[in-house]
Design a protein around this ligand. Structure first.
Ligand code: SAH
Length: 292
């Protein structure tokens, strides 16, 4: 045991032990005190070997972070656990903010280690195929800490820019209209038949997956344990699978057989008429012609 306090901010992934990283597992066994939301402590309980447990409620993140800092300053080895990745709507940012508030600088005591985990956007996507194969974003619909106006603006921008979107915290007992308003904004930019997957409790007891469309998604249960995956304009269903093409079909023959473009030809500008370099090249040529 070192004489210097340390805070490990651990992401434990979606909830199944097999999806916990080895580093997260080791960090849990190295700590003396573990702090977390009750449900999350229950999820990692099988891995505990006598660590002191400090359980807190869901809206007690600030006191949990403050407690972690206080204990680490007493030279204790502290673990704070978050589901998924601790830096994705998790505890990592808050612990740093509480430390900074107290004048902490990188390199100071306590030492801080952020241990990444598989975020819900990734674990949920894996259960329905490959929906996040192209540019994507996460948007939390929780307006407890973020003004609704800001959230709505981001939904609008993401929809207009054709991002695949993962909605976190889509609906709770008290927050029921946000998902309705989000669907309305999305439908301005995206087709009603856009593929949508509602993934609840991925890799946990009670896992449930609904495959639907943007127009019909509100007819199904959406709650605090759901992540809503919304396809872009290219996303399609193939049976149970939600697939977003990366664009290979623009250049390659995906059917079995020989590729029409040889490896040496694939990066030539004439085979990438959509690329920026090609556009610049064509514009320069046109300019030269005009100047002649
Ligand atoms: N740090 C977490 C996110 C916490 S915010 C992460 O990286 O995944 C809580 C939201 O995450 C939930 O409302 C839900 O939208 C999503 N979420 C977390 N775990 C999930 C799981 N196992 N299945 C589906 N959604 C999940």
């Amino acid at each position: 045991m070192s004489g210097r306090g340390k805070i490990s901010i651990i992401g434990f992934g979606p909830g199944s032990e097999e999806h916990l990283t080895q580093r997260a597992r080791n960090a849990i066994s190295e700590c003396e005190v573990i702090l977390g939301y009750n449900t999350y402590i229950r999820l990692v309980q099988p891995l505990l070997t006598g660590q002191e447990i400090v359980r807190t409620g869901m809206t007690e993140e600030v006191s949990r972070a403050q407690k972690a800092v206080e204990l680490a300053k007493e030279a204790r080895q502290v673990a704070v656990i978050s589901s998924g990745d601790p830096g994705v709507y998790g505890m990592a940012g808050l612990v740093f903010e509480v430390l900074i508030e107290q004048g902490w600088q990188p390199g100071d005591v306590p030492e801080v280690e952020v241990i990444p985990g598989i975020a819900a956007v990734q674990s949920c996507a894996s259960l329905v195929g490959a929906p996040i194969m192209h540019d994507a974003c996460t948007i939390s619909l929780s307006d407890h800490l973020t003004p609704w106006e800001v959230i709505a603006r981001r939904v609008e921008a993401a929809a207009a820019a054709d991002f695949v979107i993962a909605l976190y915290n889509p609906r709770s007992g008290r927050r029921t209209q946000q998902i309705v308003e989000t669907q309305r904004i999305l439908l301005i930019h995206r087709a009603p038949e856009t593929p949508v997957a509602l993934v609840k409790s991925a890799y946990r007891v009670g896992q449930q997956i609904v495959r639907t469309t943007l127009a019909e998604m509100l007819e199904y249960e959406i709650g605090m344990l759901t992540t809503v995956l919304i396809g872009n304009s290219m996303t399609f269903w193939h049976g149970d699978l939600m697939i977003t093409p990366r664009g290979y079909q623009r250049k390659y023959d995906l059917a079995p057989g020989v590729q029409s473009l040889q490896p040496g030809e694939r990066l030539h500008t004439e085979h990438e008429p959509w690329a920026l370099e090609t556009a610049v090249h064509l514009a320069e040529e046109a300019l030269r012609k005009v100047q002649k």
